[in-house]
Every structure is written in C-alpha cells, then in structure tokens.
Design a binder for this molecule. Structure first.
Ligand code: DX5
Ligand code: ZN
Length: 219
C-alpha cells in the first residue's frame, strides 16, 4: 500500500497534538518525526518526546528520521519512546551494518536514509537487513525546499537492486514531495512519501491529506 507520511516539521508548533490528530483522523498510517542535532545538519529540532507524543495519540507507525551524528547513541532512547521505525543516515555512521542490526534487535523496523550526494550502490551491502530506504530528494535540514529530480534515478536504481535480491525493502522519499512529484516518485518505485509543506501549508489539512493520498494511490 502506498502511504503519505506527514512530517511534523511543517506542522504549526503551537498545537502539534491537534495536527497529529487531524492527519490520523484523515487516515494517516505513518507519522514522520525529523530529529536534527545541530551537527549532522545545522538546525536543532526536537527529541524523543515528539515520538512519544505522536505515539500517544494513536499513530499506527511513528518513524524517527535521525539527522544526527553517531545515531548509535540514540537507538535505545527512541525505541523506548515508542518509535516503530528508526531511520539513520548512511553518512552519519561508519558502522551502518551494526546500527541496523541493533535497531532490529530492539524489535523495530530499521531504515537507512541517503543524501542526494550519496550513491545507491553503498546500500547493496545492507539491503537484506534494511526495512526501508529513505531517499532524500532535498539536502536534509529544512522543509520547503525544491525537489531534486536527479534523485529519481536513484529511486529507480534502488528499486532494481531490491527486485534483483527479492528483498521486501520499501522505498521512501523525503523532501519537496507534492502533487507534481508524488506520481514521479511512485512510478520510480517509492511507496512511502514524506510530505511536510505540501500538506501542512493547506487551509484544510484533512482534505489535503486525502487529496495527496489519492494522488499517490490513483495518480
Ligand atoms: C528535511 C526533512 C523532511 C522535511 C520535508 O530535512 O527530512 O522530512 O520535513 O519537508 P518538505 O515536505 O517541506 O520538503
Ligand atoms: Zn525527514
């Protein structure tokens, strides 16, 4: 099933609970929480308490996208906070294989994110132990940036690797995902679509969620 995953980074900070409740009522299955540490990327966002909040409101799947250096230091914290999936950046650790193994050991889904400048070929070494590959379609750190079309080639390349191996790994895209880019991402092989600005800038977020979900599922 193709899913739109709302990114709380773009939701109004004054009432995050209401935003989560709105998208859940509209049918969201996956809530995307962007954790930035001021090191891997310049901004600092929020910590594991945001995961706890999203989970406490009944989100079926809460995923923590760790844009942090040394992600291995935070795995237990985010698992205990209720994350159903932890996504680490390939560029943030020299021990990717071990980190993914540890996430699986914690009993949750393991994801790897790659920046626009990182080749897909590196993932060949870990694809069998990776549940989700998150292809960054902008450079991480900020919402509201334009989609980088070149990244679609990488989505296609990863889809080919997954097919070759007969792996069950899902492909997720993150950054500049909107009405125009959703069909391109789905055609290239993505089934999880993170949306921040395209969703939360709308007047009626519930209607907008259903509209984006429909574009993703029906073109
Ligand atoms: C960016 C984050 C994204 C961000 C996407 O570094 O990883 O999840 O919220 O925002 P939009 O959809 O506005 O590009
Ligand atoms: Zn993200």
């Amino acid at each position: 099933m193709i899913e739109i995953a709302p990114s709380l980074l773009a939701a109004p900070f004054g009432d995050l609970s209401a935003s989560v409740a709105t998208v859940l009522t509209a049918g969201a299955q996956v809530i995307h929480v962007d954790i930035m540490d001021g090191q891997f990327v310049p901004p600092i966002t929020f910590g594991s308490n945001m995961v706890t909040l999203a989970k406490s409101l009944g989100s079926p799947v809460v995923e923590a996208h760790l844009m942090t250096v040394s992600p291995e230091r935070h795995l237990e914290t985010f698992a205990e906070a209720g994350a159903d999936r932890i996504i680490v950046h390939q560029e943030a650790t020299p021990h990717l294989h071990r980190v993914l193994g540890r996430i699986k050991q914690l009993g949750i889904s393991a994801g790897v994110a790659i920046n626009p400048g990182t080749p897909a070929s590196l993932l060949r070494e870990v694809i069998e132990i990776t549940d989700v590959i998150l292809v960054m379609t902008v450079n991480p750190g900020w919402g509201g940036q334009p989609f980088i079309p070149k990244c679609l080639e990488k989505v296609r390349e990863i889809a080919d690797i997954i097919n070759e191996r007969g792996a069950a790994t899902l492909i997720e895209v993150d950054g500049g995902v909107n009405d125009l880019t959703i069909p391109q991402c789905v055609t290239a092989g993505a089934s999880l679509l993170v949306t921040g600005t395209a969703l939360f800038a709308a007047q009626n977020v519930a209607t907008r969620f259903r509209e984006l979900q429909s574009i993703a599922r029906n073109g």
